[in-house]
Design a binder for this molecule. Sequence first.
Ligand SMILES: NC(=O)c1ccc[n+]([C@@H]2O[C@H](COP(=O)([O-])OP(=O)(O)OC[C@H]3O[C@@H](n4cnc5c(N)ncnc54)[C@H](OP(=O)(O)O)[C@@H]3O)[C@@H](O)[C@H]2O)c1
Length: 226
Amino acid sequence: MKRTVLITGAGRGIGRAVAAFALEQGADVVALVRTHVNGVLPCEVINGVDVTNKEALDRVAAILRDRPVDLLVNNAGIIGPERQSTLDMDFDGFRRALEVNTLAPLRVVQTFLPNLRAARDRAGIARIVTISSQMGRMNYAKSDRIAYRASKTAVNKVMQGLATDLAAESIAVRVVDPGWARTEMGGPDATARVADAVAGIHARAWETNMELTGTFVDYRGTAVSW
Ligand SMILES: NC(=O)c1ccc[n+]([C@@H]2O[C@H](COP(=O)([O-])OP(=O)(O)OC[C@H]3O[C@@H](n4cnc5c(N)ncnc54)[C@H](OP(=O)(O)O)[C@@H]3O)[C@@H](O)[C@H]2O)c1
């Protein structure tokens, strides 16, 4: 039986690479794309899916109906506005970062919970992975890109709570840091190859079980402090 992976922000960067990798590994992949796909992605692609847009997510849910989703990857994310220091903040940009990086991943989960439950009924477990960042760690007082950092700290807390709330349902939730990966967001100086980040994310996702639910790890599997 093929497993189904649903992933947001799959048009470029880490999301596109995770979708391509999962396809290579034999999964059925449903790629949710906001604007465009870089190159060809030979799987089911649903366009026009801004994760902050409830109608767009409901449209996807209607397309998928009761199709089981074994793994949901919350990948879509933004770095936030140009001006995002505590002393000079673009508040509209900060709000947008929270919408995309914090609120949307939870809405995505809520939208596709019936699909995750269907997979759980079939396979005994379903999995949710949210791509976060070490930049949100609370014991790390660096202050650059504070809107981004705060949005990732907040999504970590939301996902930890979700893990607690879904534990009785055998739906596991994990937060994964992809490393500093060479994407548009990561930039050319980033230290991790996208291919390595993606192989790691894939491994971390599928090893997730009810013992590992509610944990935060990097793509190599090292525990990350919240
Ligand atoms: N790269 C790194 O070093 C790094 C490090 C830590 C964490 N992360 C996290 O990893 C994830 C992927 O990052 P990346 O490096 O691949 O970034 P990226 O190259 O900038 O790609 C971001 C992806 O998210 C999509 N996206 C942005 N806003 C969206 C929205 N409102 N609705 C739907 N899709 C949206 C983009 O779609 P469009 O093409 O339509 O804009 C694009 O596909 C993010 O959550 C990021 O915070 C990355």
